[in-house]
Design a protein around this ligand. Sequence first.
Ligand code: ATP
Ligand code: MG
Length: 444
Amino acid sequence: MCPRFQAAYIRGVARLRPCIVVHYHEISLKAGNRPLFLRQLAKNLARATADLAPVRVVQRSGRIVLDLEANEKPEAVRDRIARVSGVANFALAYRVPSTPEAMKAVIARLIDGREFESFRIAARRAFKSYPMTSVELNRELGAFVLERARTRVDLERPALTITVEVMPDETFIYLDRQPGPGGLPVGSSGTVAALLSGGIDSPVAAWRMLKRGCRVVFVHFHSVPYLPATSQAKARALVDRLTEWQYHSRLFLVPFGEIQREVVLSVPPAARVVVYRRLMVRIAEAVAQAQGAMALTTGESLGQVASQTLENISRIDEVAAIPVLRPLIGMDKLEITAEARRLGTFDISIEPDLDCCTLFVPPHPATRLAADAVRAVEARLDVARLVRAGVEGAACEAFDWPMAVTPGVGPPTEGRDAVRAAATGGASAERESRQGRTTGDPSQ
Ligand code: ATP
Ligand code: MG
């Protein structure tokens, strides 16, 4: 193409048509269930960007594409994708017809005015019948960049990588690829109930389950009026933050102070923490089962405090009929803290407050309670009544992010597998916004 015609072509034809190209990793390892995982990922991408419409989510071979052609805030959409579990990496890309001329026109738009001392073209063909090989494309587009910019080719450590993904009907071109969180799409691994204190560990544990594709229902035990309501406020703030990963959450606030008062009357101080935990687990399990959750999760890490020895963990698990998952069991406090900072939960967790488990316990609780010793002290309690009191007294609050979705109307998604049906069919009946939290019966 002659230079004058080429310049006109670049100005005229290369209207940038932005989209976001999302790549997944672990999902591609699933054989039979892959369509299900992909539908969930597409649905979550639409939900995470629901307030930034229009975003059209389309499944393409090996990737998911968010069409942003009519969207005024492509960068804002991109920032949301960084927190969608199941995304391996993603990029704000531009779509062009699959001719070298069209590719060059967009590359020119992207690199003009930009300084980069070295670069490489990373061309990939999603189908092999394209008339040029990847190597030929790399050469031709590379030569074009060298004509336009003062730079050099560096295949090993380039300052700029220009990725060109050739699909059967169009090509995606992008400069900066960002890592996603990895993991699996929330909603693809079932539901767990997370015991959420106001501390540093349990929000991180809950997030780890979100990242493995679980939906998380939150259960917080508070001792109002024996302790201030600070812990509830912290639990709400933590759930608010974690809802950015699952778009809709439920928090059950369980009144535990009265239950503790009864425990204090008949259980010796050294055994109280373990007895409290066993009661928490029984109550959380009842909430979990009413919510369709198949496991509990806690922020325990082996040896961190007295209740987290192998013996006491056994005492706690003895009363659980469903698995108690402890995703942080092998992590140390520094690692957990670093993760809490990355998640943005750390600053909420370190707000001063008193956890209900600190109420009426000695500074050095027993670290190795035997099974029969715990059973003996518990025999003095009416455990069934205490559990019922906790379950019946629980208040449920709902959280939505970034916005509540109207029942039956999911965000727009489409693709080979009728993603739209999945997007709307999975919409929960409960649609309160964060601002409009409601309280209710945990069995609902
Ligand atoms: P965290 O930082 O999560 O509070 P921790 O290191 O302080 O953990 P503990 O206080 O022994 O450890 O609590 C162990 C686990 O028990 C917590 O991670 C949480 O899952 C659960 N737990 C403790 N207190 C509460 C509470 N008030 N409400 C709900 N769950 C709780
Ligand atoms: Mg704690």
